[in-house]
Write a protein that binds this ligand. Structure first.
Ligand code: PLP
Length: 447
């Protein structure tokens, strides 16, 4: 409903009249007006405060309005608001250095984009030109963005209305023990069978036709499924064997979310390309990009790279990235995220799972966790169907919001994805509300 505060009410009414929203039928929308935000909290048009366990779209890794980042954007605005991509500029150069220094060895160049989908788009472009091949393999349980290439790589149902005769996108199943597509019962079995499946897909598609395999290192929107030990190394080996480019999509998992700078740091693999966005500057100014291996960068030493964007490496966005990365380093924010995951979030969610029959599975790391909610733990029937919602989920989400907690929901799952900067007290406050609203969902189970 429209807020009572006159300015907020006007924002609401103008939004309804003129703003066309993402992923929605426009008729029935009821957007919450946000008037301000700070750290882990946002305030609505009636002055109510909410704890943000969703980090918006899992992007405010450093929390809202971090003073060092805000100051850096202001300082950059005073000096140089914008400059075209052909020119060199301090904000862009320093951002590229800081990002490359944190990436795995051998990835030393950064192509900047405005956000994640464009990063995926350009990573695929690089892979295709580098290999001279067209096909790209991705998993069904994935989200890679909403531009034409990225949405066709995406596994989830948002792809379906976007498939307009795009050739060369092939989907396969990644490892996911809880809902194993391979009837595996152990991580080792899941890993081996998932790699065998991928190898068969490669064989039957024709290794010489495949430019790239793109994988979210820890799939995010699709369910936060940390891969079993050895899986990504196996993918790396298959790519090496067949001359396929390995693209790690770290748009959601990168920049502290999993408790390391990049999620690949957990798995000891070096991709050829890494896509990033979101956490690189927490979205204070839109920014994304591709981190490029020396070998792929060398492809374009003599040959023209046929891609570009007016705002590639925008100085305001890059200044925000420099300040974000420096603040995350100085304040040990990545270490904080790792510690919270291990000591607080994981144990508390597992303890809740013992009391709430609706929780079928708890998985994650850092500040990147999913609750897989089920009607029945035996059958693992999800609390909402694939691609849909359910009254039980709507009730849980509504009750959490009413209690002052914003959650991330995808189908039958609730994701606990607060900012990397959240304090332990704030975390406990949110987990207590989550605990309460899960009791409502328990009533929808059959046990
Ligand atoms: N890749 C992954 C893994 C994502 O999670 C997202 C967004 O959620 C994207 C790509 C697309 O990023 P953007 O929405 O910034 O275009």
């Amino acid at each position: 409903p429209a807020p009572t505060d006159p300015a907020a009410r006007r924002a609401y009414e103008l939004d309804r009249a003129h703003v066309f929203h993402s992923w929605s039928a426009q008729g029935a929308l009821d957007p919450m007006v946000v008037t301000r935000a700070e750290g882990s909290y946002v305030w609505d048009g009636d002055g109510r405060r909410y704890l943000d366990f969703s980090s918006q779209l899992v992007n405010t890794n450093i929390g809202h309005q971090h003073p060092k980042v805000v100051a850096a954007i202001k300082a950059q605005a005073d000096v140089l608001c914008t400059i075209g991509p052909p020119y060199a500029n301090t904000a862009r150069s320093e951002a590229a250095r800081l990002i490359a220094e944190r990436a795995p060895e051998g990835l030393n160049k950064v192509f900047f984009t405005n956000a994640g989908a464009e990063a995926v788009e350009n990573a695929v472009r690089m892979a295709r030109l580098h290999t001279g091949r067209q096909k790209v393999l991705s998993t069904y349980r994935s989200y890679h963005g909403a531009t034409t290439t990225a949405i066709n790589l995406t596994g989830d149902p948002r792809r379906w209305p976007n498939e307009f005769g795009n050739a060369g996108f092939v989907h396969f199943f990644g490892p996911f023990l809880y809902r194993s597509p391979f009837h595996a019962t152990t991580e080792a079995e899941e890993c081996a069978r998932a790699l065998e499946h991928l190898e068969q897909v490669i064989t039957f598609e024709g290794p010489g036709t495949i430019a790239a395999i793109i994988l979210e290192t820890v799939p995010g929107t699709a369910g936060i499924m940390p891969p079993p030990p050895g899986y990504l190394a196996g993918v790396r080996e298959l790519c090496d064997r067949h001359g396929i480019v390995y693209i790690a999509d770290e748009v959601m998992a990168g920049f502290g979310r999993t408790g390391t700078w990049f999620a690949v740091d957990h798995y000891d693999v070096t991709p050829d390309l890494i896509t990033f966005a979101k956490g690189v500057n927490s979205g204070y100014v839109p920014l994304g990009g591709v981190i490029i291996s020396d070998a792929i960068a060398a492809t374009f030493d003599e040959r023209v790279f046929p891609g570009g964007l007016t705002y590639s490496g925008h100085p305001l966005a890059c200044a925000a990235a420099v300040a974000t990365i420096e603040a995350m380093t100085e304040e040990r924010i990545v270490e904080h995220a790792a510690e919270l995951g291990e000591r607080v979030i994981g144990p508390r969610l597992r303890e809740m799972a013992e009391r709430h029959p609706v929780i079928g599975d708890v998985r994650g790391l850092g500040v990147f966790w999913a609750l897989d909610l089920v009607v029945d733990r035996e059958t693992k029937e999800p609390l909402a169907p694939y691609g849909g919602s359910s009254p039980a989920i709507a009730e849980l989400m509504g009750a959490a919001k009413k209690a002052g907690l914003l959650l991330f929901n995808n189908y039958h799952r609730i994701h606990v994805v607060p900012p990397c900067t959240i304090s332990e007290a704030e975390l406990e406050e949110g987990l207590a509300i989550l605990d309460e609203v899960l009791s409502l969902a328990d009533a929808h189970t059959t046990v």
